[in-house]
Design a protein. Structure first.
Length: 275
């Protein structure tokens, strides 16, 4: 358990405050600008996001953290803190690249394998692009994410600060690429050459909005990377539309049952009839 000793806030608490604070600030900004309300079902989206947050805090964190911690202690009983001497930047870039590479393939297979798609589908059934989508997912999808598996291992091996930095950077990019704001279009106008190069390496709102889009300019079967669009560039799944997406979501978003979206495969429901 994390605690405050002598009035000093621990690094774990600072990380938690940063993540929660950034998400809530971004959410309130978009709520104030009317971007959350653009969804056809804003209250449903808000509930889904809340359930996603609780699943990550109460399910994937304790369950996977405990499991990986027990396995690490059993397999490497004398290696606790054994990586603490690694140079910070070497460990940081090594783990963020590896984590993002694994997430790219998980995400890609989630769009190619039917059973995995049903776990991931909830993230795509939202009908408006906003920061609330960051946590809009099936509760069991949280168990698949490589970040949750890496966390306990890195902490056990003594890379606390590296883990905090990787988590902060990954989450920041995730929030910025889900927000409705399209500040990147301004950069396309001002520095097209430089920004065009950046977009082939780093995930931007343009490329991630296209992943959630439908119709011309969208790329729902590509643009899978969370941080490094480099993977999409290398493996031929990238598309850079340089435009706003006119439609967000799935063709049958309004026909999905809320319980299946949150709890599949424990709950299975048929699509509602077409209106």
């Amino acid at each position: 358990m994390v605690s405050v000793e002598n009035g000093v806030v621990s690094k774990e608490q600072l990380l938690g405050l940063f993540l929660v604070g950034m998400f809530m600030t971004s959410y309130l900004v978009e709520l104030g600008r009317g971007r959350i309300q653009r969804s056809r079902q804003p209250w449903r989206d808000a509930v889904f996001s809340g359930v996603g947050v609780l699943a990550q805090i109460g399910l994937s964190g304790p369950l996977l953290g405990g499991l990986v911690g027990v396995l690490a202690a059993a397999l490497f009983p004398t290696s606790a803190g054994g990586w603490a001497h690694w140079p910070f930047w070497l460990a940081f870039f090594g783990f963020i690249l590896l984590e993002d590479f694994l997430h790219y393939w998980l995400h890609r297979y989630a769009h190619e394998w039917r059973w995995l798609w049903r776990l991931h589908r909830t993230h795509h059934s939202g009908t408006a692009m906003n920061v609330g989508l960051v946590f809009r997912y099936n509760v069991f999808w949280t168990l698949m994410l490589p970040q949750a598996w890496f966390a306990a291992l890195m902490v056990y091996m003594g890379l606390h600060e590296v883990y905090f930095a990787v988590t902060a950077v990954t989450f920041t990019v995730n929030v910025l690429t889900h927000m409705s704001s399209r500040w990147d279009l301004w950069l396309w106008q001002k520095v097209p050459g430089v920004w065009g190069l950046v977009c082939r390496v780093i995930t931007t709102p343009d490329t991630h909005h296209a992943h959630h889009g439908m119709g011309r300019g969208a790329n729902p079967r590509g643009n899978y990377a969370v941080v490094f669009f480099l993977w999409d560039t290398l493996f031929g799944t990238g598309k850079i539309p340089r435009a706003r997406q006119l439609r967000i979501g799935l063709p049958h978003s309004g026909r999905l049952h809320w319980a299946e979206e949150l709890f599949w495969p424990l709950v299975r429901k048929p699509l509602a009839p077409k209106r």
